[in-house]
Write a protein that binds this ligand. Sequence first.
Ligand SMILES: Cc1cc2nc3c(=O)[nH]c(=O)nc-3n(C[C@H](O)[C@H](O)[C@H](O)COP(=O)(O)OP(=O)(O)OC[C@H]3O[C@@H](n4cnc5c(N)ncnc54)[C@H](O)[C@@H]3O)c2cc1C
Length: 282
Amino acid sequence: MKQTLGSIASNVEVMSGVYVMWIEAPHVAAAAQPGQFVTVRCKDFTLRRPFSIHQSSPLTGEDSGEGEIAILFRVAGKGTFWLSQRQAGEKIDILGPLGKGFTIRPESKNLLLVAGGIGIAPLVLMMQQVSSQHQVTLIQGAGTAAQLYLDSRQLTAISHQRAQVVPVTEDGSMGRKGTATDILSDFLNWADQVYACGPIDMYKTMALPLNPSPLKGEGKGEGEKRSNLKLKECQVSLEVRMGCGFGACYGCTINTRKGLRRVCHDGPVFELDDIIWQQVKI
Ligand SMILES: Cc1cc2nc3c(=O)[nH]c(=O)nc-3n(C[C@H](O)[C@H](O)[C@H](O)COP(=O)(O)OP(=O)(O)OC[C@H]3O[C@@H](n4cnc5c(N)ncnc54)[C@H](O)[C@@H]3O)c2cc1C
């Protein structure tokens, strides 16, 4: 982990209220693992704001300069609003890479990624880094088509042939109608491991026995025929409120089945089954 004053290479609104900011940070770009995060000093606020590492330039090809990372952020309050106003060329104070990211068993071939809303952020880096050696399917859930971040053209730019995106929208304006968790059961037979990032309610649903998919069509499994399925081998990234971001203040401690854990230091990635979901609050 290192603190850097990096230049902002670009800061672009990619969807309403959602920005991609590229920042010069060579050591973070070189070391970043999917699921890790950086904290950013926003204005003069005491608490730094955490953001997943969304992409890193050594792996994105010719479009980006070397030694940069990207964060994908939604304007949620005063810190992210301040960030959204920053311009290319300005300096920004970032600390990272922080935390423990996603892990893959060596024998796993088929990886299922599940993104709810802005939870797509760390899963794009995951796709970049693993899709040359693994079959990757990303279920991308959002409220409407306008809130879906990745289309197939962008997917081709960031990943390899063996990746596919399955869009799901709550209003049915693109892809399947419903939520990302509605179609999970379709992929259970296929997936060796599952990786998720999204709201706490999405994880709470995933931790319960899954119902067979009410949606038919593109699924790779036989979800329609099964019931009371449990997700196994599922890792989730927890976005709880943080203090210091590197394990010193214990402000983000949660109670897990393995004892007390600091989300910033022991996570933010945890096994779905290790979390006592009733006790987790943002
Ligand atoms: C490990 C980690 C990775 C994250 N990655 C991303 C990311 O890639 N993209 C992204 O947009 N956001 C991400 N977040 C959430 C992001 O840190 C918060 O949205 C941000 O700190 C809000 O700052 P603010 O000053 O704009 O909001 P504030 O003014 O502090 O709060 C505004 C609203 O945002 C909510 N909020 C504050 N902190 C969090 C939080 N940690 N998680 C969820 N809601 C919060 C508050 O409850 C409040 O409703 C991540 C959080 C963590 C812990």
